[in-house]
Design a protein around this ligand. Structure first.
Ligand code: C2E
Ligand code: CA
Ligand code: CA
Length: 528
């Protein structure tokens, strides 16, 4: 119960929920962004592979075109062919050199003219392409050779590795690209390697040419997703953080609002958790039950029965006490009315009201509704007013009190003597009863001076011609002293404690009202 002193657990769901609600949009957003990033990286990988492959195919097309043009010269003497070889190397883009061979023997090159070297067709993948780390002329520059043959004669056309590398090096940062020809592969560093390809952490793509025995491999060697996210979506990430913080704060605020004392009282009111307890008031002489004061209890689902001083002051502060009293009056009438036969005529039923009840005339309707439930004259409704929240003698208040009196409702001044304005009150409003506070009743048995205060209060009540009720009577000595002082009514644990309506009715049905009950030993209120 929020009004009790019990502290909420440090890691209760109330504390954790705002964090969860704040983190949820961040986590969901990051998952979505991560998925989007993966897609973009995959597309980058595919685009790079396709770009490198297309570029390499275009180069090879040039080489193939040059070789095709020179094939008729293969087998002819070098002196006759060398000019054409040079012309093709000079004219066709990307072609560095052209060479002629016959019976696996190189015999003429565009660069050196007559030349003599063995050619092994097995060096060429599918007899067409050979990737070399370099040759005798440029040992540190990769070289790709295209081979075209027909009936033991043929042409070689070479391309400088730099042309291939320019495409490989255009790919985005972090993306590894390899151009594979047979067992060899060329990487962006310019190295030609053989053996297994390096492993790729993300978005591996392999794209093979349909026209040449080449394959392009791409992929990110390390997971680039978070770096990519930070680099490409900083504003979106900041927005996600803000959204999470906003959701968390909003949730925290909502929880606080929902668990505020005001909201808790509102909920309890709707759930009918405010229940009436009745404490009998006995009359002078035979101490028969002449009436009862209705005292509110909060039947809290978790904390059990809650003492009124833990929640009534707050309900008075927020003004919710008006609605709560209305429900209490309706509840009491509904429970008592079917058993009205057990009540003596003029049986007093007292409710506590506050200054908030006196701001308009709605209390008239509440009292009317209460009285209508009983046979005429069966109950005498009394409203007890305290000085806790001062009632202003406004025209409305005075009209309200007048009309209440016209209806036969009695007004009692509660806790008489404890406030500073008791006498003022007596002058301004027309009261029917004074309830002497239990602190004065407790003076019985004390020194003579203290007792004199109680006597003076009783005497004052007598002079004002008001009915007197003494509260908080706990001992036989107090009872007898008050009886001797001609106090009209007494109320206190000596006679009975506040009890649920069912117990009250049971006691009423059992007899004409107990003369004197020993105080119960079990505590009546379990909370607080
Ligand atoms: P109150 O109107 O002065 O009510 C009398 C209080 O004294 C009750 O406490 C009652 O249980 C207690 N009492 C009765 N006899 C004895 C006794 O012999 N000895 C002692 N020590 N106490 C005794 P309770 O029920 O805890 O109510 C406390 C206060 O809460 C009430 O004081 C009243 O001011 C307020 N309250 C209770 N119900 C309502 C309500 O429906 N509306 C409003 N506005 N205030 C209420
Ligand atoms: Ca009272
Ligand atoms: Ca009182």
């Amino acid at each position: 119960m929020p009004l009790s002193v019990r502290r909420p657990a440090r890691w209760s769901w109330r504390a954790l929920l705002p964090w969860a609600v704040g983190l949820l949009p961040v986590i969901v957003g990051l998952i979505a962004l991560r998925w989007q990033t993966e897609r973009e990286l995959q597309m980058q990988s595919e685009a790079a592979a396709s770009q490198v492959l297309g570029h390499t195919e275009r180069i090879l097309d040039n080489l193939a075109g040059a070789a095709q043009g020179l094939l008729p010269l293969a087998g002819k003497p070098c002196a006759e062919a060398s000019l054409a070889l040079r012309a093709q190397a000079a004219r066709v883009p990307f072609v560095r050199a052209t060479l002629l061979f016959q019976n696996n023997r190189l015999y003429c090159t565009s660069l050196l003219g007559e030349y003599e070297e063995q050619v092994d067709p097995d060096d060429y993948t599918e007899g067409k392409l050979w990737l070399l780390p370099g040759n005798s002329l440029t040992p540190d520059r990769p070289l790709l050779i295209y081979r075209l043959d027909s009936a033991g004669r043929g042409v070689l056309a070479t391309v400088d590795g730099e042309h291939l590398l320019s495409a490989l090096r255009l790919s985005p940062a972090g993306l590894a690209v390899q151009l594979q020809v047979g067992e060899q592969w060329l990487e962006a560093s310019g190295q030609v390697r053989s053996g297994p390809l390096p492993t790729v952490a993300r978005t591996p793509v392999s794209l093979a040419s349909t026209r040449y025995p080449i394959t392009v491999h791409t992929g990110f060697s390390a997971d680039p997703a978070w770096d990519y996210l930070l680099g490409h979506y900083p504003a979106l990430l900041a927005l996600l953080g803000l959204l999470g913080a906003f959701a968390g704060v909003l949730c925290h605020w909502q929880i606080r609002r929902a668990s505020s004392p005001r909201a808790e009282l509102e909920r309890a009111l709707l759930a009918n958790e405010f229940v009436p307890f009745l404490q009998p008031v006995v009359r002078e002489g035979d101490y028969r039950w002449a009436g009862a004061e209705v005292l509110m209890r909060w039947q809290h689902p978790r904390d059990g029965l809650v003492r009124p001083d833990l929640f009534i002051p707050y309900a008075e502060h927020t003004g919710q006490i008006v609605a709560m009293t209305r429900v209490l009056m309706d509840d009491t009438a509904r429970s008592l009315a079917p058993f009205a036969g057990l009540l003596d005529d003029g049986f007093h039923i007292g409710f506590n009201i506050t200054a908030d009840h006196c701001r308009d005339l709605s209390l008239l309707h509440d009292c009317q509704r209460f009285l209508e439930q009983f046979p005429p004259g069966r109950v005498s409704l009394t409203l007890e007013v305290t000085e806790r929240k001062l009632i202003e003698p406004t025209p409305i208040t005075l009209e309200l009190f007048d009309k209440l009196h016209e209806m036969g409702v009695k007004i009692a001044l509660d806790d008489f003597g404890t406030g500073q304005s008791s006498l003022n009150y007596l002058r301004q409003f027309h009261f029917d009863y004074l309830k002497i506070d239990r602190s004065f009743v407790a003076l019985v048995g004390a020194d003579a001076l203290s007792l004199h205060i109680l006597d003076s209060i009783i005497e004052l009540c007598g002079k004002l011609n008001l009915g007197i009720v003494a509260e908080g009577v706990e001992t036989v000595a107090q009872r007898d002293y008050l009886a001797k002082s001609a106090v009209d009514f007494q109320q206190g644990y000596l006679f009975a404690r506040p009890m649920p309506v069912a117990d009250f009715l049971k006691s009423l049905a059992a007899g004409p009202g107990p003369v004197s009950l020993p105080p119960p030993t079990a505590p009546e209120i379990i909370n607080g």
